[in-house]
Design a protein around this ligand. Structure first.
Ligand code: NDP
Ligand code: GUE
Length: 281
């Protein structure tokens, strides 16, 4: 079974559009882009396009590549204070002179649609999530939509970043999987991956996961967005050698990526709803 994130995300966006129309709420997303990295520019464009599709107002703040931490913090503060903004997304990575953690910490937790703020992470890890990072939340949506059971399964997450690996592991644990988190210092990685009923790879290495590393019947989720030696877009998973063994697999492109964007829209509505219940925030 190929888990089609493109079709599913379109379905979710259409539902969301209706939900927003009926809600009488006017959600809005602010993006903060520092510098001119072409990939970041493309992602921000994709996010604004999705906003347009579902009826979320979007505003963009753009700062030059030389911006200081203080300047980025001032931009975030302005958006925190703006009652018309429901969600704030600071596109990562930030240039090296900017203190990324200080910027993430500055986003008001109520507007933290990326789910990267320590308050959001703490809620997720304590089993009471509010706003959850979009990529792993999108993966959970995909597993649910395709009827893939999680409770009691051995889940192996490769990668431990704040945007992918850590929140993915927390969500799978909250859903009663037995979770192992692997990273670049993990010994016997292949042996651990071979135990996985659900294998999530978010490492950023083109076609790293091959057929012999995967158990027969495993569900394989490929978060990686890489370019191979010919410049072709590909995931962390060597699709051709894994597809015959996996019971379900996500392609790249058209798998996890589109679900990330759809989930960002869902998080923005969620943040807007919470504020409309408590406008004083
Ligand atoms: N589809 C989507 O929506 C998204 C896709 N991505 C993609 O996912 C990938 C990962 O992104 P991100 O988490 O931000 O990346 P990071 O570079 O922040 O994290 C990579 C993780 O992989 C681990 N790792 C690297 N090499 C190996 C290895 N050989 N064996 C085991 N573990 C390894 C690292 O370990 P250590 O901690 O020890 O360094 C680290 O924890 C990238 O390709 C990125 O483009 C990211 C976000 C969203
Ligand atoms: N604050 C912040 N939040 C993020 O969520 C965030 C970020 N910074 N920085 C970069 C990563 C990466 N990311 C992706 C989103 C969509 C696709 C996506 O839709 N990809 C298409 C392919 C697009 C292409 O052609 O390259 C697909 O997989 O089908 C991929 C990657 C969000 N990120």
């Amino acid at each position: 079974m190929i888990l089609n994130g493109k079709t599913l995300s379109e379905k979710r966006l259409n539902l969301l559009k209706e939900e927003i129309e009926e809600s009488g709420i006017h959600p809005s997303l602010a993006t903060v882009l520092v510098g001119e990295d072409p990939a970041s520019q493309m992602y921000v464009r994709m996010k604004h396009k999705a906003c347009e599709k579902v009826g979320i107002t979007s505003v963009r703040a753009e700062l030059p590549a030389e911006a200081t931490t203080a300047e980025v913090l001032a931009t975030v503060q302005k958006l925190n204070d703006d009652p018309d903004v429901s969600g704030i997304l600071v596109q990562l990575p930030l240039p090296p002179q900017v203190d990324t953690q200080a910027v993430i910490d500055a986003v008001s937790p109520e507007k933290d649609v990326d789910g990267f703020h320590p308050v959001s992470i703490g809620r997720l890890y304590s089993g009471h999530p509010e706003l959850v990072p979009c990529t792993p939340q999108g993966i959970m949506t995909m597993l649910a939509e395709y009827g893939i059971e999680i409770a009691g399964k051995n889940a192996v997450v490769v990668g431990r970043s704040v945007d992918v690996g850590r929140p993915m592991a927390a969500l799978l644990l909250n859903a009663d999987a037995t979770v192992t988190i692997c990273h670049s210092r993990t010994r016997d990685l292949t042996r651990i991956m071979q135990q996985a009923d659900i294998l999530v790879s978010g490492i950023g290495k083109a076609r790293f996961v091959t057929g012999e590393m995967v158990k027969e019947g495993a569900v394989v989720i490929d978060v990686g967005i890489n370019h191979d030696e010919n410049g072709k877009l590909c995931g962390d998973v060597d699709f051709d050698s894994v597809v015959g063994k996996a019971s379900a697999i996500t392609p790249v492109p058209g798998g996890v990526g589109p679900m990330t964007i759809a989930t960002l829209m869902e998080n923005t509505l969620k943040a807007a709803r919470a504020r409309s219940c408590n406008p004083a925030q």
